[in-house]
Design a protein around this ligand. Structure first.
Ligand SMILES: [Zn+2]
Length: 341
């Protein structure tokens, strides 16, 4: 028996095709992001978790992540299928406000937005095992606090938690007590933005009003730009730490070099009555790595980075970086342990 979860996108979903587009929502992309988060949560609970998949064939006990998501020699304990229709979001050419047009372009490729019948179907693969409920709990947790699918660092992947009926206590029970504290954080900020400010920010951005008519604003590159600038101005943060936090992007190389970003910054989505919300969330490991060409270097992410993350949860920080006509209505900064309290 399968169970369906209605999916309502607040920002476009993205799972990558081979050619770098997103023509449909692929189950592997959704499951990959669920696995990534489950693994991060399990590590925060200091469970013993493998690197890159246990190999069950040698008879060893599989770890909790592989038990649920499968690995060589072991099938995952749940199934997930994407069903119903989705529609393409607009391809956006974003321009950073106030900078010359030539160097400040950002391509936001078309992701997919839900329609009224967009669903995930979940089922159990084994009798006497109810993994689908745990997966539902994980999807609920991510819909409330983070994002799903790929490219969440560039604004994609926010879905509405209000229509998902999930039981967070299931996920909490599996994660257990958070022992590795203050490593995963979630921030939600609500804004009121005047029409004038919106027009100013997006003055040179093609088709942003189509996004607005779909309930979101393509603000992820804008806030990535503002936050990166704030890091550059922070004397305690090194350039390499900044590159690790935000990912390193070289648009001039071919192919473009991009490393993963630990900071995920959603687009803004409309709640009601011109109140817009965005999420900034991520995992700050003790060290990260960066690749310059073939040269991979390990970078220490020290207390300074942690201090900077904590600043994200403060009014005065945002007062300094946001523009006029963008009023913060509400803040909600939480470490993982507070979310799972
Ligand atoms: Zn494993």
């Amino acid at each position: 028996m399968s169970e369906t979860i209605q999916i309502k996108t607040l920002t476009p979903l993205w799972t990558g095709d081979i050619d770098g587009k997103c023509s449909r929502i692929k189950e592997t992309g959704i499951i990959g992001s669920l696995r990534w988060w489950y693994e991060a949560l399990m590590r925060a609970g200091e469970h013993d978790v493998c690197e890159g998949g246990c190999n069950n064939e040698d008879g060893k006990e599989t770890c909790l992540v592989c038990k649920l998501f499968g690995c060589t020699g072991q099938k995952k304990t749940f199934g997930l299928r994407v069903s119903g229709e989705f529609k393409s979001s607009e391809f956006i050419i974003y321009h950073y406000p106030g900078r010359g047009c030539r160097d400040s372009k950002w391509w936001l490729n078309e992701g997919l937005l839900s329609k009224s019948n967009s669903k995930f179907e979940l089922w159990n693969n084994f009798p006497n095992d109810d993994s689908k409920e745990l997966i539902k709990s994980l999807i609920g947790f991510l819909s409330e606090n983070a994002g799903i699918g790929a490219r969440t660092q560039f604004g994609y992947g926010i879905i509405d938690s209000n229509i998902i009926d999930y039981d967070l206590s299931l996920l909490k029970r599996w994660v257990g007590e958070i022992k590795h504290t203050e490593s995963i954080f979630f921030l939600k900020i609500r804004f009121e933005i005047s029409e004038r400010t919106m027009n100013k920010i997006f003055r040179d951005t093609r088709d942003w009003k189509v996004c607005r008519s779909n309930g979101y604003l393509p603000t992820s590159p804008y806030f990535r730009y503002l936050l990166r600038k704030s890091l550059r101005d922070d004397e305690d943060i090194t350039k390499e730490q900044r590159h690790v936090l935000f990912g390193f992007l070289n648009l001039r190389s071919s192919p473009v070099i991009a490393t993963n970003s630990y900071l995920k910054i959603s687009h803004m989505y409309e709640l009601e009555n011109s109140v817009w919300e965005m999420r900034i969330y991520g995992q700050i490991p003790e060290e990260g790595y960066i690749k310059y060409g073939d040269n991979k270097r390990t970078i220490n992410l020290s207390e300074n980075v942690h201090d900077w993350i904590e600043k994200l949860g403060r009014d005065d920080f945002w007062d300094n970086i946001t523009t006029n006509g963008m009023n913060i209505v509400n803040f909600d900064f939480k470490w993982l342990e507070e979310v799972l309290e």
